[in-house]
Design a binder for this molecule. Structure first.
Ligand code: NDP
Length: 328
Protein backbone atom coordinates (compact mmCIF):
# COMPACT_ATOMS: atom_id res chain seq x y z
CA UNK A 1 0.00 0.00 0.00
CA UNK A 2 1.37 3.38 -1.02
CA UNK A 3 0.74 5.24 2.19
CA UNK A 4 2.71 2.76 4.35
CA UNK A 5 6.26 3.96 4.93
CA UNK A 6 8.73 1.31 6.10
CA UNK A 7 11.08 2.91 8.60
CA UNK A 8 14.19 1.17 9.92
CA UNK A 9 15.86 2.26 13.15
CA UNK A 10 19.25 0.66 13.85
CA UNK A 11 20.66 0.65 17.39
CA UNK A 12 17.01 0.65 18.39
CA UNK A 13 17.60 -0.80 21.86
CA UNK A 14 19.78 2.16 22.78
CA UNK A 15 18.69 5.35 24.44
CA UNK A 16 18.16 7.42 21.30
CA UNK A 17 16.24 4.49 19.81
CA UNK A 18 13.99 4.38 22.87
CA UNK A 19 13.06 8.04 22.42
CA UNK A 20 12.91 7.87 18.62
CA UNK A 21 10.72 4.82 18.01
CA UNK A 22 7.58 6.34 19.60
CA UNK A 23 8.12 9.67 17.82
CA UNK A 24 8.36 7.88 14.48
CA UNK A 25 5.21 5.87 15.25
CA UNK A 26 3.39 9.09 16.12
CA UNK A 27 4.22 10.37 12.62
CA UNK A 28 6.83 12.97 13.57
CA UNK A 29 9.22 11.89 10.80
CA UNK A 30 6.88 10.99 7.98
CA UNK A 31 4.00 13.37 8.62
CA UNK A 32 0.23 13.03 8.87
CA UNK A 33 -1.68 10.55 6.73
CA UNK A 34 1.13 8.01 6.53
CA UNK A 35 1.09 4.58 8.11
CA UNK A 36 4.34 3.27 9.57
CA UNK A 37 5.79 -0.22 9.30
CA UNK A 38 8.51 -0.03 11.92
CA UNK A 39 11.62 -2.23 11.79
CA UNK A 40 13.99 -2.20 14.74
CA UNK A 41 17.52 -3.58 14.49
CA UNK A 42 20.11 -4.13 17.17
CA UNK A 43 22.97 -6.50 17.92
CA UNK A 44 22.34 -9.95 19.39
CA UNK A 45 23.59 -8.76 22.78
CA UNK A 46 20.75 -6.22 22.94
CA UNK A 47 18.02 -8.48 21.58
CA UNK A 48 16.20 -8.90 24.91
CA UNK A 49 16.05 -5.13 25.44
CA UNK A 50 14.89 -4.75 21.85
CA UNK A 51 12.05 -7.17 22.50
CA UNK A 52 11.05 -4.94 25.41
CA UNK A 53 10.99 -1.88 23.16
CA UNK A 54 8.74 -3.74 20.75
CA UNK A 55 6.35 -4.64 23.57
CA UNK A 56 6.15 -1.01 24.66
CA UNK A 57 5.59 0.24 21.11
CA UNK A 58 2.79 -2.32 20.70
CA UNK A 59 1.27 -1.17 23.99
CA UNK A 60 1.25 2.44 22.86
CA UNK A 61 -1.33 1.32 20.25
CA UNK A 62 -0.27 4.08 17.88
CA UNK A 63 -2.94 4.75 15.24
CA UNK A 64 -0.37 5.05 12.46
CA UNK A 65 1.78 2.04 13.29
CA UNK A 66 0.72 -0.99 11.23
CA UNK A 67 3.55 -3.27 12.35
CA UNK A 68 6.62 -3.42 14.52
CA UNK A 69 9.27 -6.05 13.89
CA UNK A 70 12.61 -6.60 15.58
CA UNK A 71 15.78 -7.94 13.98
CA UNK A 72 19.36 -8.85 14.78
CA UNK A 73 20.05 -9.68 11.13
CA UNK A 74 20.87 -6.54 9.19
CA UNK A 75 19.90 -7.88 5.74
CA UNK A 76 16.45 -8.92 6.93
CA UNK A 77 16.02 -5.59 8.70
CA UNK A 78 16.85 -3.65 5.51
CA UNK A 79 14.31 -5.48 3.34
CA UNK A 80 11.92 -3.03 1.67
CA UNK A 81 13.01 -0.04 3.76
CA UNK A 82 11.96 3.47 2.63
CA UNK A 83 13.64 5.46 5.41
CA UNK A 84 16.71 4.18 7.28
CA UNK A 85 17.67 5.92 10.51
CA UNK A 86 21.14 4.70 11.46
CA UNK A 87 21.58 5.19 15.19
CA UNK A 88 23.47 1.98 15.98
CA UNK A 89 27.11 2.37 16.68
CA UNK A 90 29.91 1.22 18.88
CA UNK A 91 29.76 3.39 22.00
CA UNK A 92 32.57 5.67 23.02
CA UNK A 93 33.70 4.15 26.32
CA UNK A 94 35.40 6.15 29.04
CA UNK A 95 38.85 7.25 28.01
CA UNK A 96 38.23 6.51 24.33
CA UNK A 97 38.91 9.29 21.87
CA UNK A 98 36.49 9.98 19.06
CA UNK A 99 39.08 8.46 16.73
CA UNK A 100 39.23 5.20 18.70
CA UNK A 101 35.59 4.49 17.94
CA UNK A 102 36.05 5.42 14.30
CA UNK A 103 37.60 2.12 13.25
CA UNK A 104 34.85 0.09 14.90
CA UNK A 105 32.08 2.17 13.41
CA UNK A 106 33.26 2.46 9.84
CA UNK A 107 33.47 -1.34 9.70
CA UNK A 108 29.83 -1.51 10.82
CA UNK A 109 28.78 1.09 8.23
CA UNK A 110 30.59 -0.71 5.42
CA UNK A 111 28.67 -3.89 6.21
CA UNK A 112 25.34 -2.08 6.59
CA UNK A 113 25.92 -0.31 3.26
CA UNK A 114 25.83 -3.64 1.46
CA UNK A 115 22.66 -4.71 3.25
CA UNK A 116 20.90 -1.45 2.40
CA UNK A 117 22.07 -1.53 -1.22
CA UNK A 118 20.85 -5.06 -1.77
CA UNK A 119 17.66 -5.11 0.32
CA UNK A 120 16.23 -1.63 0.83
CA UNK A 121 14.03 0.23 -1.68
CA UNK A 122 16.09 1.73 -4.49
CA UNK A 123 15.22 5.27 -3.40
CA UNK A 124 15.74 4.63 0.34
CA UNK A 125 16.45 7.82 2.29
CA UNK A 126 19.25 7.32 4.80
CA UNK A 127 20.22 9.47 7.78
CA UNK A 128 23.23 8.51 9.86
CA UNK A 129 23.20 9.56 13.50
CA UNK A 130 25.88 7.33 15.04
CA UNK A 131 29.26 8.96 15.41
CA UNK A 132 31.44 9.82 13.63
CA UNK A 133 28.23 10.58 11.70
CA UNK A 134 29.69 12.38 8.67
CA UNK A 135 32.39 9.78 8.06
CA UNK A 136 30.06 6.84 8.70
CA UNK A 137 27.75 8.33 6.04
CA UNK A 138 30.62 8.77 3.60
CA UNK A 139 31.68 5.14 4.11
CA UNK A 140 28.07 4.03 3.70
CA UNK A 141 27.76 5.96 0.42
CA UNK A 142 31.06 4.55 -0.83
CA UNK A 143 30.07 0.94 -0.20
CA UNK A 144 26.52 1.33 -1.48
CA UNK A 145 27.21 2.74 -4.95
CA UNK A 146 23.76 1.71 -6.23
CA UNK A 147 22.06 4.07 -3.77
CA UNK A 148 21.85 7.61 -5.19
CA UNK A 149 24.48 9.87 -3.56
CA UNK A 150 21.87 12.36 -2.55
CA UNK A 151 20.02 9.76 -0.50
CA UNK A 152 22.81 9.36 2.04
CA UNK A 153 22.89 12.09 4.69
CA UNK A 154 24.00 12.58 8.26
CA UNK A 155 22.30 14.45 11.05
CA UNK A 156 23.51 17.90 12.08
CA UNK A 157 19.97 19.04 12.78
CA UNK A 158 20.46 18.73 16.52
CA UNK A 159 23.37 21.18 16.32
CA UNK A 160 21.19 23.43 14.13
CA UNK A 161 18.32 23.30 16.61
CA UNK A 162 20.71 23.97 19.48
CA UNK A 163 21.89 27.11 17.67
CA UNK A 164 18.29 28.31 17.16
CA UNK A 165 17.49 27.63 20.83
CA UNK A 166 20.52 29.60 22.06
CA UNK A 167 19.69 32.57 19.85
CA UNK A 168 16.09 32.47 21.01
CA UNK A 169 17.07 32.39 24.65
CA UNK A 170 19.66 35.16 24.31
CA UNK A 171 17.24 37.47 22.50
CA UNK A 172 14.29 36.62 24.75
CA UNK A 173 12.26 35.46 21.73
CA UNK A 174 10.61 32.14 21.06
CA UNK A 175 12.82 29.71 19.15
CA UNK A 176 10.35 29.66 16.26
CA UNK A 177 11.19 33.33 15.59
CA UNK A 178 14.81 32.38 14.86
CA UNK A 179 15.52 31.31 11.27
CA UNK A 180 18.39 30.42 9.01
CA UNK A 181 21.25 29.69 11.35
CA UNK A 182 23.76 27.35 9.71
CA UNK A 183 25.88 24.47 10.95
CA UNK A 184 28.86 24.03 8.65
CA UNK A 185 31.11 20.99 8.66
CA UNK A 186 31.56 18.00 10.88
CA UNK A 187 29.24 16.89 13.69
CA UNK A 188 32.13 17.34 16.11
CA UNK A 189 33.74 20.11 18.08
CA UNK A 190 35.02 21.69 14.83
CA UNK A 191 31.48 22.33 13.57
CA UNK A 192 30.90 26.00 12.82
CA UNK A 193 27.57 27.42 13.99
CA UNK A 194 27.19 30.50 11.74
CA UNK A 195 24.78 33.31 12.58
CA UNK A 196 25.78 35.70 9.79
CA UNK A 197 22.61 34.97 7.81
CA UNK A 198 20.32 34.17 10.73
CA UNK A 199 17.28 36.29 11.53
CA UNK A 200 15.19 36.85 14.64
CA UNK A 201 11.63 38.04 13.94
CA UNK A 202 12.85 38.80 10.43
CA UNK A 203 15.73 41.07 11.48
CA UNK A 204 19.42 40.13 11.29
CA UNK A 205 20.37 38.15 14.40
CA UNK A 206 23.57 40.17 14.86
CA UNK A 207 21.50 43.38 14.97
CA UNK A 208 18.90 41.98 17.39
CA UNK A 209 21.47 40.50 19.75
CA UNK A 210 23.91 43.40 19.36
CA UNK A 211 26.87 41.55 20.82
CA UNK A 212 29.32 40.24 18.24
CA UNK A 213 31.79 39.16 20.92
CA UNK A 214 29.15 36.78 22.31
CA UNK A 215 28.08 35.53 18.88
CA UNK A 216 31.67 34.87 17.79
CA UNK A 217 32.70 33.45 21.18
CA UNK A 218 30.46 31.93 23.82
CA UNK A 219 27.62 31.20 21.40
CA UNK A 220 29.87 29.01 19.24
CA UNK A 221 31.37 27.28 22.28
CA UNK A 222 28.00 26.60 23.89
CA UNK A 223 26.53 25.06 20.72
CA UNK A 224 29.64 22.95 20.17
CA UNK A 225 29.74 21.75 23.78
CA UNK A 226 26.01 21.32 24.36
CA UNK A 227 26.25 17.53 24.18
CA UNK A 228 28.89 17.50 26.92
CA UNK A 229 26.81 19.88 29.08
CA UNK A 230 23.85 17.51 28.82
CA UNK A 231 26.00 14.52 29.79
CA UNK A 232 27.22 16.45 32.81
CA UNK A 233 23.70 17.34 33.91
CA UNK A 234 21.89 14.12 33.05
CA UNK A 235 24.81 11.70 33.45
CA UNK A 236 23.60 10.34 30.12
CA UNK A 237 24.01 11.72 26.61
CA UNK A 238 21.25 13.63 24.86
CA UNK A 239 18.63 11.26 23.55
CA UNK A 240 15.30 13.08 23.47
CA UNK A 241 16.67 16.04 21.55
CA UNK A 242 18.66 13.78 19.22
CA UNK A 243 15.52 11.77 18.47
CA UNK A 244 13.40 14.87 17.92
CA UNK A 245 16.02 16.31 15.58
CA UNK A 246 16.16 13.12 13.51
CA UNK A 247 12.42 13.48 13.00
CA UNK A 248 12.87 17.12 11.92
CA UNK A 249 15.60 16.05 9.48
CA UNK A 250 13.47 13.35 7.86
CA UNK A 251 10.27 15.40 7.91
CA UNK A 252 11.81 18.38 6.13
CA UNK A 253 13.58 16.14 3.62
CA UNK A 254 10.29 14.45 2.69
CA UNK A 255 7.91 17.39 3.00
CA UNK A 256 10.20 20.31 2.11
CA UNK A 257 11.60 23.25 4.00
CA UNK A 258 9.40 26.33 4.43
CA UNK A 259 9.54 29.15 1.87
CA UNK A 260 12.51 31.41 2.60
CA UNK A 261 13.97 29.05 5.18
CA UNK A 262 16.74 26.52 5.18
CA UNK A 263 18.01 23.93 7.58
CA UNK A 264 21.35 22.17 8.09
CA UNK A 265 22.06 18.66 6.85
CA UNK A 266 25.22 16.64 6.41
CA UNK A 267 25.25 15.94 2.65
CA UNK A 268 27.79 14.93 0.03
CA UNK A 269 29.70 18.02 -1.07
CA UNK A 270 29.59 18.98 -4.74
CA UNK A 271 32.38 21.48 -4.12
CA UNK A 272 30.01 24.29 -3.06
CA UNK A 273 31.66 26.96 -0.87
CA UNK A 274 35.05 25.43 -1.62
CA UNK A 275 34.32 22.31 0.44
CA UNK A 276 36.21 19.36 -1.08
CA UNK A 277 33.94 17.32 -3.33
CA UNK A 278 32.78 14.02 -1.88
CA UNK A 279 33.07 14.92 1.81
CA UNK A 280 29.88 14.50 3.82
CA UNK A 281 29.77 18.03 5.20
CA UNK A 282 26.98 19.98 6.90
CA UNK A 283 25.60 22.72 4.64
CA UNK A 284 22.57 24.99 4.65
CA UNK A 285 20.01 23.17 2.51
CA UNK A 286 16.49 23.62 1.26
CA UNK A 287 14.34 20.61 0.43
CA UNK A 288 11.66 20.23 -2.25
CA UNK A 289 10.04 17.17 -3.77
CA UNK A 290 11.98 14.80 -1.49
CA UNK A 291 15.36 16.20 -2.54
CA UNK A 292 17.80 18.57 -0.86
CA UNK A 293 19.74 21.38 -2.51
CA UNK A 294 22.65 23.29 -1.01
CA UNK A 295 21.74 26.97 -0.57
CA UNK A 296 23.97 28.90 -2.97
CA UNK A 297 25.41 32.40 -3.01
CA UNK A 298 25.71 33.15 0.71
CA UNK A 299 28.50 35.57 1.54
CA UNK A 300 31.31 34.02 3.56
CA UNK A 301 33.56 36.33 5.58
CA UNK A 302 37.19 35.65 6.41
CA UNK A 303 36.48 34.28 9.88
CA UNK A 304 33.82 31.91 8.56
CA UNK A 305 36.11 30.76 5.78
CA UNK A 306 38.76 29.78 8.29
CA UNK A 307 36.32 27.88 10.52
CA UNK A 308 34.70 26.11 7.56
CA UNK A 309 38.11 25.05 6.24
CA UNK A 310 39.18 23.73 9.65
CA UNK A 311 36.17 21.43 9.81
CA UNK A 312 36.71 20.28 6.20
CA UNK A 313 40.32 19.48 7.05
CA UNK A 314 39.23 17.41 10.03
CA UNK A 315 36.77 15.50 7.84
CA UNK A 316 39.38 14.83 5.17
CA UNK A 317 41.72 13.43 7.82
CA UNK A 318 38.92 11.43 9.44
CA UNK A 319 38.07 9.82 6.12
CA UNK A 320 41.71 8.97 5.44
CA UNK A 321 41.93 7.33 8.85
CA UNK A 322 38.69 5.45 8.18
CA UNK A 323 40.10 4.09 4.94
CA UNK A 324 43.26 3.03 6.76
CA UNK A 325 41.16 1.21 9.38
CA UNK A 326 39.21 -0.58 6.66
CA UNK A 327 42.41 -1.58 4.84
CA UNK A 328 43.96 -3.11 7.97
P1 NDP B 1 22.82 6.31 21.95
O1 NDP B 1 21.50 5.84 21.51
O2 NDP B 1 22.89 7.32 23.05
O3 NDP B 1 23.67 6.88 20.73
C1 NDP B 1 23.74 6.20 19.52
C2 NDP B 1 24.68 6.92 18.59
O4 NDP B 1 24.23 8.24 18.37
C3 NDP B 1 26.10 7.01 19.12
O5 NDP B 1 27.00 6.77 18.05
C4 NDP B 1 26.20 8.42 19.60
O6 NDP B 1 27.51 8.97 19.46
C5 NDP B 1 25.27 9.14 18.68
N1 NDP B 1 24.74 10.31 19.39
C6 NDP B 1 24.46 10.38 20.71
N2 NDP B 1 24.00 11.59 21.02
C7 NDP B 1 24.03 12.29 19.89
C8 NDP B 1 23.72 13.61 19.59
N3 NDP B 1 23.31 14.41 20.55
N4 NDP B 1 23.84 14.03 18.33
C9 NDP B 1 24.27 13.18 17.38
N5 NDP B 1 24.61 11.92 17.62
C10 NDP B 1 24.49 11.49 18.85
O7 NDP B 1 23.74 5.09 22.35
P2 NDP B 1 23.39 3.73 23.01
O8 NDP B 1 24.69 3.12 23.40
O9 NDP B 1 22.29 3.87 24.01
O10 NDP B 1 22.79 2.90 21.81
C11 NDP B 1 23.54 2.45 20.72
C12 NDP B 1 22.93 1.19 20.19
O11 NDP B 1 23.72 0.74 19.11
C13 NDP B 1 22.90 0.08 21.25
O12 NDP B 1 21.62 -0.42 21.35
C14 NDP B 1 23.88 -0.94 20.70
O13 NDP B 1 23.48 -2.27 20.95
C15 NDP B 1 23.85 -0.64 19.22
N6 NDP B 1 25.06 -1.07 18.57
C16 NDP B 1 24.95 -1.51 17.30
C17 NDP B 1 26.04 -1.97 16.61
C18 NDP B 1 25.83 -2.45 15.24
O14 NDP B 1 24.93 -1.98 14.58
N7 NDP B 1 26.61 -3.35 14.73
C19 NDP B 1 27.37 -2.03 17.23
C20 NDP B 1 27.41 -1.50 18.55
C21 NDP B 1 26.28 -1.02 19.18
P3 NDP B 1 28.42 9.31 20.74
O15 NDP B 1 28.83 7.97 21.31
O16 NDP B 1 29.54 10.11 20.17
O17 NDP B 1 27.55 10.09 21.69
Amino acid sequence: VDDVVTVLITGAAGQIGYALAPMVCAGAATGPGKKIALKLLDVEFASEALRGVKMEIMDCAFDACVSVDVFTDCEKACEGVDVAIMVGGFPRKQGMERKDVLGKNVAIYKQQASALASKAKKDVKIVVVANPANTNAKILAKFAPSIPRGNVTCMTRLDHNRALAQLGERSGKATIEVKNAIIWGNHSSTQYPDVNHATIEGKPAREVIGNDAYLDGDFVDVVRARGAAIIEARKLSSALSAASSVCDHVYDWIHGTKEGEWTSMGVISDGSYGVPEGLVYSFPVTCTGGKWQIVQGLSIDERSRKLMDESAKELTEEFELAEQCLAE
